[in-house]
Design a protein around this ligand. Structure first.
Ligand code: ARG
Length: 279
């Protein structure tokens, strides 16, 4: 079977593409360990509610015309639902993940096996990195973060693999431990971000490169509102992120709110559940 991947057909910002994404149904979701401040293993979780909310996200993507692939969830890997961390896929090459915390380490090979089965060119990681959690493509540039999960050495590794410009950013707030919790890619030239999640040097870079960026509020970020997925026009976001929704609508985008409150208990939202597969 060959993998159908997204072809970027952008001609101007604001035009919808039809991405191809990978998701993982949260059949084994729970919070049994604590590797980010959102997780409280002592509190109960509801796996069937997680599946129900996740299914709404899945159906939203299907209705938008996305191609959605699924990877089988593995018992004992409750965070596998956060598919964004499973790797980074661009140019038909899959750069595998090497997770920071032992609890998630078996996910790396599981995702690489899936990529291989789809005929992708898989590159085994040498550096610790958590895939699209910390690497985001904006136009032709890869924004790469470290601070809590991915090592800075992975920024060089990804630059070597894709021969793209890689911009290193430093995260400073443990609640926004992955880049995709602090920064959203809206289209090829537009991003949204939470300034307080970055160090001063990173902020200067972001301000200079993206002077028109949407600046997120602390309130919206606290629902992981930035953890969103855009096709260039439709932006799927946490439904509680109301200021972000209004800012997107003001600029001509179509925000679509979904409720993933159960998956927020693991510290993840819309984007975390979504790994883009790019041709
Ligand atoms: N519990 C998971 C972790 O801490 C959540 C991952 C969220 N994923 C993301 N792309 N931000 O690793």
């Amino acid at each position: 079977m060959t993998l159908e991947t997204s072809v970027n057909t952008h001609t101007h910002p604001g035009q919808a593409t039809r991405p191809t994404v990978l998701m993982c149904r949260p059949e084994h979701f729970t919070v049994s360990y604590r590797i980010n401040p959102w997780m409280h293993p002592e509190d109960p979780t509801d796996t069937s509610l997680a599946v129900k909310q996740w299914t709404t996200l899945y159906n939203t993507y299907v209705d938008l015309g996305f191609t959605v692939h699924l990877i089988e969830s593995i018992p004992g890997l409750p965070d596998m639902v956060y598919a964004a961390n499973g790797g980074f896929v661009l140019d038909g090459i899959a750069y595998g993940a090497q997770f920071h915390y032992p609890e998630r380490q078996p996910e790396g090979p599981a995702y690489m096996e899936w990529f291989r089965a789809q005929g992708l060119d898989v590159r085994e990681p040498e550096s610790t990195n958590e895939g699209e959690g910390d690497f985001l493509l904006v136009g032709d540039t890869i924004l790469a973060a470290s601070g809590f999960r991915s090592d800075t050495s992975s920024h060089q590794e990804i630059a070597n693999i894709y021969s793209r410009e890689v911009v290193s950013l430093q995260l400073v707030n443990p609640s926004y431990y992955h880049l995709d919790t602090a920064l959203a890619v809206i289209d090829e030239t537009t991003i949204a971000y939470l300034p307080s999640a970055f160090d001063e040097a990173s902020l200067s870079i972001l301000r200079e490169r993206y002077p028109e960026a949407i600046i997120a509020t602390e309130e919206d970020a606290a629902f992981l509102g930035l953890n969103s997925f855009s096709d260039g026009h439709n932006v799927v976001i946490a439904e509680r992120a109301t200021t972000f929704a209004r800012d997107l609508a003001d600029r001509g985008y179509n925000p679509i709110g979904v409720d993933l409150s159960e998956l927020l208990l693991g510290g993840g939202g819309v984007k975390c559940c979504t790994l883009e597969l790019r041709a």
